[in-house]
Design a protein around this ligand. Structure first.
Ligand code: ADP
Ligand code: ZN
Ligand code: ZN
Length: 730
């Protein structure tokens, strides 16, 4: 017997030892069934070991191996181990998460089979005896089958011929495993690109592109281009160059960016196999895509963050659009950042990463400044679009009706009269964020989160946007019994109602998670907008990002003041990015675009820097402040979060962890907390946090590793999470 060390999909940092017969093939990276407690669990072989810390009698024996070969190519294997180490995650969780669900559950990877027609003995006889003289085509088809089986649906004979032959029992339908064709073979003699819609690069684009062409090994490129400056066109031409050399390309987009419009643009350009990993795929389809990439059958794969774990036969580059987008960070399980991990993978594969944004993250801007990333700049809109006109409306002392000031309404009126579309951004679903008693001030609150319920008028319900719980709208105050309940604050539903009344001659479309919950709804609304059927567009983030509506000439941010006073030091950066995104929806074609911001704080330094000097200036100013305060990217953070029904238990858990680090006395390590999380209760659980910060990534990593293999006592009633490089301090 030999000893094999395996990883299980459990949140424990160590591996598990098992015995196996000497002649059992157990390649590292292959799956095995093992006994685990009273269960049978799937595991991944990590290594063979000479000896075990456990005594031989205690070791259990592997039940059954599943794979003859590793499921992980060596570079991906190394990379996943690196990731587990960096994010302090269990290797088992990382390896399993990197596989398609079907493989995680122990299914064999499927082989591709296709249906063929084959002549049988009766068929040969019929042909030899000339029985088919009256049906020439059928005879012809049989004749062809004498030479070779013909693939169903792809053989030059009509289906009626085949059903006739089948009806006469002269042919059989068989299934054959076929060696799949690489995407290049599948392309055959067709041209790689449909060049009729390929654009001639303008000067700035051409300059950026030639830099890209000049260096083809590992490099991180930050394509820093204003909205509409032609970043996507650069991606497309870059992909073309990669495909010319036979390589595959991975394109990562934010969750919200995976729209049919985006995918269509890629598919329209190339004649090659393009796969898309979107949320509507079932597990079989996901497995299929995974295998296609691994066998080199697809040329391009477009997907959101988890597509990064697809292994490719021959990857040429990784493109990452909207690199600043928060959706690249995983928020449960092990909390990786797809941008950062993509860079590590590219380094191991020695291929370039091209990432683009109109509003790069401050981390990336800093990495340009310290020479880690290469900077490509597109400062002008491509095509015919002109520059935007910006207006700030000071809400102080204005008459404001349901969140809309008189000047904003006038702006809207004038754009609508010209036959254009206007877009209003409001990041709050529902009718109103608060329902309260007019007589005593009581507020309808979610008992699990201790935050106000949002009032949803359409569904006649109160909903908690934090835990999803919901209840019917009360008729009476919960404290004094008064029936005089009123809403306060503004949600998209109310904005829609207000605008419908104010502009009865125009049609209003509201796009948020509620209005688009049913399948196909979003596509319907987007089509209506494209066709000009709706003139007033209201929406949350869903509407603000990525879309190209050529007729929108006015974009307005109705209320974003909350972000100016957030506890999270990244709130300002996010607000600036949001502003630029929303503004970017306006004036994308020939017509002059305008953007309007309503605020009570027009003199806030963030707003003045952003509006007067643009995102770059804002970024430089904010980086200066972050440096002065020792905040990321000038320091590195790890956030421990503890959640429990018993507040004290959560606090104590973190106190023990804080003590562990204090006792280590690590020079330069800042230990902040335990403190109640800014969001101190959610879904019935109290939340505490402990923040570690260090100016050296290596030192912080070292401290975390020591903790990982330490024996700090864990309370099983407390959910404990470690987030390395947290993006969100709430
Ligand atoms: P981004 O990805 O930076 O937002 P796009 O690539 O979507 O920009 O381009 C914005 C618009 O400009 C699109 O309508 C596109 O067709 C057009 N465009 C891009 N590059 C060129 C070019 N070189 N010449 C003419 N039009 C261009
Ligand atoms: Zn709640
Ligand atoms: Zn009351």
């Amino acid at each position: 017997m030999k000893i094999v060390r395996v990883a299980l999909a459990v949140p424990l940092p160590h591996l598990f030892d098992y015995l196996a017969p000497d002649d059992m093939p157990l390649p590292p990276g292959g799956r095995v069934w093992v006994p685990f407690g009273s269960q049978k669990r799937l595991a991944i072989v990590v290594e063979l070991a000479a000896q075990s810390a456990m005594s031989a009698e205690k070791l259990k024996t592997v039940l059954e191996p599943l794979d003859e070969q590793s499921l992980f190519a060596p570079i991906y294997w190394d990379w996943l181990h690196w990731a587990a180490n960096y994010y302090q995650a269990a290797i088992g969780e990382v390896l399993f998460q990197a596989l398609p669900v079907k493989l995680r559950n122990g299914e064999k990877s499927a082989q591709e089979e296709r249906a063929f027609w084959r002549i049988n003995a009766a068929g040969e006889k019929a042909l030899a005896q000339g029985e088919l003289k009256r049906s020439k085509k059928q005879a012809e088809a049989l004749q062809c089958l004498l030479e070779q089986d013909l693939e169903k649906g792809n053989n030059g004979f009509s289906t009626t011929i085949w059903s006739a032959l089948k009806g006469k029992h002269l042919v059989d339908e068989i299934r054959l495993h076929i060696e799949p064709k690489s995407w290049r073979e599948a392309l055959g003699n067709k041209p790689l690109v449909n060049s009729e819609n390929r654009l001639t690069l303008n000067k700035q684009q051409a300059l950026a592109f030639s830099q890209l062409m000049f260096q083809r090994d590992f490099n991180v490129w930050l394509l820093d281009g204003v909205t509409g400056s032609g970043k996507t066109e650069i991606y497309l031409q870059y992909i073309e160059e990669m495909l010319k050399t036979g390589k595959q390309v991975l394109v990562l987009v934010p969750e919200i960016g995976l729209t049919p419009q985006t995918v269509q643009r890629f598919k329209a350009r190339f004649n090659v196999e393009i796969d898309v990993l979107h949320s509507n795929l079932n597990d079989t389809q996901r497995l299929h895509v995974w295998e296609r990439a691994r066998s080199g059958l697809n040329a391009v794969l477009i997907g959101t963050r988890s597509a990064l774990f697809t292994q490719f036969a021959d990857l040429g580059c990784i493109i990452l659009d909207e690199e600043h987008d928060a959706s690249f960070k995983q928020h449960d399980g092990w909390r990786y950042h797809a941008r950062d991990l993509a860079i590590v993978l590219a380094q191991k594969l020695n291929i370039p990463v091209l990432m683009g944004s109109a509003t790069p993250s401050l981390e990336s801007i800093n990495n340009v400044q310290n020479g880690k990333f290469k900077h490509l700049v597109l400062s002008k809109r491509a095509g015919n679009a002109g520059t935007l006109r910006q207006f700030v409306i000071d809400l102080k002392n204005q008459r404001v009706q349901n969140g809309l000031s008189q000047p904003l309404l006038e702006h809207m009126q004038s754009h609508l009269e010209k036959g254009n579309q206007v877009l209003l951004f409001l990041n709050r679903r529902g009718f109103a964020p608060v329902l309260l008693c007019h007589e005593c001030g009581w507020m309808a609150q979610c008992p699990h989160c201790e935050k106000p319920y949002t009032y949803h008028q359409h569904q006649r319900a109160l909903r908690c946007h934090h835990c999803g719980s919901q209840k019917t709208v009360p008729r009476q105050c919960g404290a004094c019994g008064s029936t005089h309940l009123v809403t306060t604050g503004l949600g998209t539903e109310q904005l829609e109602e207000t605008l419908k009344a104010r502009f009865p001659n125009y049609s209003v479309a509201r796009i948020d998670r509620d209005s688009t919950a049913r399948k196909g709804k979003l596509e319907g609304y987007l089509a209506d907008i494209q066709q000009g059927k709706s003139q007033i567009l209201i929406g949350t983030q869903m509407l603000a990002k990525g879309h190209h509506f050529p007729n929108v000439t006015l974009a307005a941010l109705v209320n974003v003041d909350g972000a100016l006073f957030s506890l999270d030091f990244r709130a300002e950066e996010r607000l600036a990015q949001l502003y630029v995104q929303v503004a970017g929806r306006s004036g994308r074609a020939e017509k002059q675009g305008e953007v309007v911001l309503q605020t009570h704080y027009p003199d806030h330094p963030l707003l003045t820097a952003l509006l007067a000097h643009g995102y770059q200036a804002f970024a430089q100013e904010t980086l200066r402040l972050r440096r002065a305060m020792g905040l990321p990217p000038f320091s590195f953070q790890a956030l421990f979060k503890a959640q429990a029904r018993d507040s004290e238990a959560a606090e104590n858990q973190l106190a023990r962890i804080a003590d562990f680090f204090r006792e280590k006395n690590i020079a330069g390590l800042q230990i902040l907390g335990p403190l109640p999380a800014p969001f101190s209760k959610k879904a019935g659980r109290f939340r505490w946090q402990l923040l570690l910060q260090h100016t050296s990534r290596t030192a912080l990593q070292k401290a975390l590793r020591e903790y990982r293999f330490s024996h700090v006592e864990k309370n099983t009633q407390v959910r404990l999470i470690l987030d390395v490089d947290p993006q969100d301090l709430a």
